[in-house]
Write a protein that binds this ligand. Structure first.
Ligand SMILES: [Zn+2]
Length: 251
């Protein structure tokens, strides 16, 4: 048995979110669940960093908020876990909703110029998702925050299904957004699965329901059912970007 992959969740906190698509910070200790706006959801926002034998991989980039010193939250969270953001080698983007792609780039407030937040990494972005997001805009997408992906040098555009370096598989599932992607990372006999917003929380894997916020809620439901079965048969480790309690589970 070789080295196992290391999974580090990079939680940016819990948020309540409703139709307006505004992420309101929610304190799990002190805020009252009942006080949330009617029909709002409670979600964690939680990118992951995966250390494999070949790469340091970031799965989605969070909200892109900065702290009082102007440091990106995702940079600070990496540093807190002993990882220099310059050492990230791959950034895999499931889709470009603002809670997943907000930290992809950062604007220098003085120079008014955008930079990729992970300049030493290759970004993997679905080409059609980018076109769709730029065209659709707010409130779900914030094009200002990722426009640079269109022209930056270290962006690798992907479409459909395929593989990266023979050990990362991707599929364009659509379902949550028209060109949403999911990823499998297979290293040393271990299979990690990142279903992003088609499979955002553990509880959702176990119940059949159609969510209104999905582009194709029925397809999301079918995919969740299929993956949950397959995950158990093939002993995947599943990562849950929006789970309040369980960032990942090894089956
Ligand atoms: Zn989303």
């Amino acid at each position: 048995m070789g080295l196992l992959m290391k999974i580090i969740p990079l939680s940016e906190g819990a948020f309540s979110i409703d139709k307006t698509k505004v992420f309101v910070p929610f304190n799990k200790e002190t805020d009252d669940l009942q006080q949330r706006a009617l029909g709002s959801l409670l979600v964690e926002v939680q990118p992951f960093v995966i250390i494999t034998s070949k790469d340091i991989i970031l799965l989605d980039t969070g909200l892109g908020f900065s702290n009082a010193d102007g440091v990106l939250q995702i940079h600070q969270n990496l540093i807190n876990n002993g990882i220099n953001p310059m050492d990230v080698t791959k950034v895999l983007l499931s889709h470009l909703h603002k809670d997943h792609a907000g930290g992809a780039a950062k604007e220098d407030v003085v120079l008014k110029k955008q930079y990729l937040s992970f300049p030493a990494a290759t970004y993997y972005v679905n080409k059609q998702e980018l076109a769709y997001a730029l065209q659709t805009g707010k409130p779900s997408f914030t094009p200002d925050e990722f426009m640079i992906l269109e022209t930056a040098e270290n962006v690798s555009f992907v479409e459909g299904n395929g593989s990266i370096d023979n050990y990362i598989r991707y599929e364009t599932t659509g379902a949550h957004s028209p060109y949403h992607m999911v990823f499998w990372i297979e290293d040393e006999g271990e299979i990690l699965f990142f279903g992003a917003d088609v499979a955002p929380q553990l509880q959702q894997m176990k119940s059949r329901f159609v969510a209104k916020y999905d582009y194709d809620g029925k397809k999301c439901m079918e995919l969740r059912t299929q993956w949950w079965k397959q995950a158990q048969e093939e002993h995947w480790t599943m990562l849950f970007y929006h789970d309040i309690k369980t960032p990942y589970i090894a089956l």
